[in-house]
Write a protein that binds this ligand. Structure first.
Ligand code: HEM
Ligand code: HEM
Length: 141
C-alpha cells in the first residue's frame, strides 16, 4: 500500500486496511470486556518461578500494542483532517500534520513491536508443547 502512487488502487487498499483495522479495534474491546466477565483460567501450578510474570507480561504487551496500533492509525487519519466513523459516530477534528506524522511513526514502530511479541508468544507456545508438555494450547479452547 505505502509503495503505491496516490490513486484509486491505493485508496481502495487503504479503505480495506481501515475496515479491517477498525474491526480488530472493536474485537479487542469486545475481547477485553469478555475477559473481565470470564477471567482466564489459572496457570498450571507446575510453572517455574517468573513464568507467570513472563506470560502475563507478554499478553499485556500484546493487548497494549494492538490498541496502540489501532488508536494511532485512527489518530493519524483524524489529524490528517479526514473523517472517520467510530462507534457509529462521524468524527472529524482540526488537522495537525505534525501530530499526524507522529502518530504514523507510532503506528509503524508498534507494528514492528507486535511482530516481535507474536514471535515470542508463538515460540513460548511451542516451548510449552515440546519441553513442558503441559498442554497450554488446550487452555484457549
Ligand atoms: C491491527 C491493526 C492494524 C495493523 C496491523 C496496521 C498496520 C499498518 C502497516 C504495516 C502500515 C504500513 C506502514 C509503513 O510501512 O509505512 C500501515 C499504514 C497505515 N495505517 Fe494501519 N494498521 C492497523 C490499523 C489501522 C487503523 C485502525 C487505521 C485507521 C483507522 C490505520 C491507518 C493507517 C494509515 C492511514 C496508514 C498509512 C497509509 C498510507 O500512507 O497510505 N491502520 N498500517
Ligand atoms: C500460532 C498462533 C498462536 C498460538 C498457537 C497461540 C496460543 C496461545 C495460547 C495457548 C494462549 C493461552 C496462554 C495461557 O492461557 O496461559 C494464548 C493467549 C493469548 N494469545 Fe495467543 N497464540 C497464537 C497467536 C496469537 C496472536 C497472533 C496474537 C495477537 C496478535 C495472540 C494474542 C494472545 C493474547 C493477547 C493472549 C492472552 C489471552 C488472555 O488471557 O487474555 N496470540 N495464545
Amino acid at each position: 500500500m505505502v509503495d503505491l502512487d496516490f490513486g484509486p488502487e491505493r485508496i481502495s487498499i487503504e479503505n480495506i486496511h481501515i475496515i479491517v483495522g477498525l474491526s480488530i479495534f472493536y474485537l479487542v474491546i469486545v475481547r477485553l470486556i469478555n475477559k473481565i466477565l470470564n477471567p482466564t483460567p489459572k496457570l498450571d501450578p507446575s510453572i517455574f518461578k517468573g513464568q507467570k510474570f513472563l506470560a502475563k507480561f507478554n499478553h499485556l504487551l500484546l493487548y497494549v500494542t494492538i490498541l496502540l496500533i489501532t488508536i494511532s492509525g485512527i489518530l493519524k487519519k483524524l489529524f490528517n483532517g479526514e473523517t472517520l466513523i467510530i462507534f457509529f459516530r462521524e468524527i472529524k477534528i482540526n488537522d495537525n500534520f505534525e501530530l499526524a506524522d507522529l502518530f504514523y511513526e507510532i503506528h509503524v514502530i508498534s507494528n514492528y513491536l507486535l511482530i516481535v511479541l507474536i514471535a515470542v508468544h508463538i515460540l513460548a507456545v511451542i516451548a510449552h508443547k515440546l519441553f513442558f508438555n503441559d498442554n497450554v494450547l488446550k487452555k484457549i479452547l
